[in-house]
Design a protein. Sequence first.
Length: 354
Amino acid sequence: MFEACGECGVPTLMSRQLRWLDNGDIVNASLPSERLAFMECEFFDPMVWGVERLVGFPLERIVTTAIQVTVRVYIESLLPPGINELVKNGSMSLRDVDDGLTVVAQLNGYGKYEFLDMRFEQDEKDFYKVLLRKPFSIFICAATHGAAMEAILGYDHDISYQMVGPDTYEVVAYPSPHPPEIKERIVFRTYAHREGGLEFERCSTCGVPRWLSSCRWSEEGVITNTSNGRRMALLGPNQIATMFDELERELGEDIPQVVVEAQKNFTLRGFLPENILMSEERFREELALRGLGVLERLKVNERGLEMRLSNSCLPLVVVGTVQGMYEKLYGNETEVRWELAENGDLEVALWAAY
């Protein structure tokens, strides 16, 4: 199916694409200024739907546009310079280039993209249609198809999608400018390395953390963590954080608390095993392997929880997940407070709600 390391079984493309650093960070080897996360991914759509229920407002357009604009940057890092003109002048096939990107998406856990139809006359009637099977998130995976067209061709696209079968969608990308106010507001967070002193047991052949050998890659673009049965995917914190920023601008300053509440509610349904909170050492390793930062302090008992995560990634997701895990572990409803420093250090406190 794909070239993989003979020792750990991790796809060679992934081991070349990613770098696990000593401070709980994962970075894009092709664009070291971009931070990534490799983690359980099925939280995303339920979290968005949960926010929609809490605010009473449809979020699809805001979410997909914000993600698409930022995913484009990641995809551009995978493509050779000047590819826009080569495709436009016919020296390279648009379909061939996109087919190569769908392999990357498949290995990153985004499901399977299959070509259906296209028109490429370089005018406003163009389109590129794919069949998308088993996306971990229809928002992210559909937006990724639009971002691929943008990265290949060099101009904006919009997307539409419809379900055509169980866990199967037709996704169409077509030329259309994004709202200028969204593009002007988007801020790309540039990664700056901070030493962390973490050490992982690594594969002696390809160098990835040996923990990844517990993951299984399928031909359907699904990555399964066999240690907990959860689906995994490569996520772009820049894209998700940008989406949160845009939601807050559109809907108000209460959005961070709403996101945390929605993620907590999803976690209460068994997103991650709550008993990992009982071991500071294990929780530190689990967070760092996913690229979420370095756990510096954790205090947990029946009265509440305190934790400090340096160089945090996806802080709102982390806060909601920790609150849900704690409430599931102790059976208590809690209140939560968090503080996020400019350098990414995150302080979280939970206590019983009375």
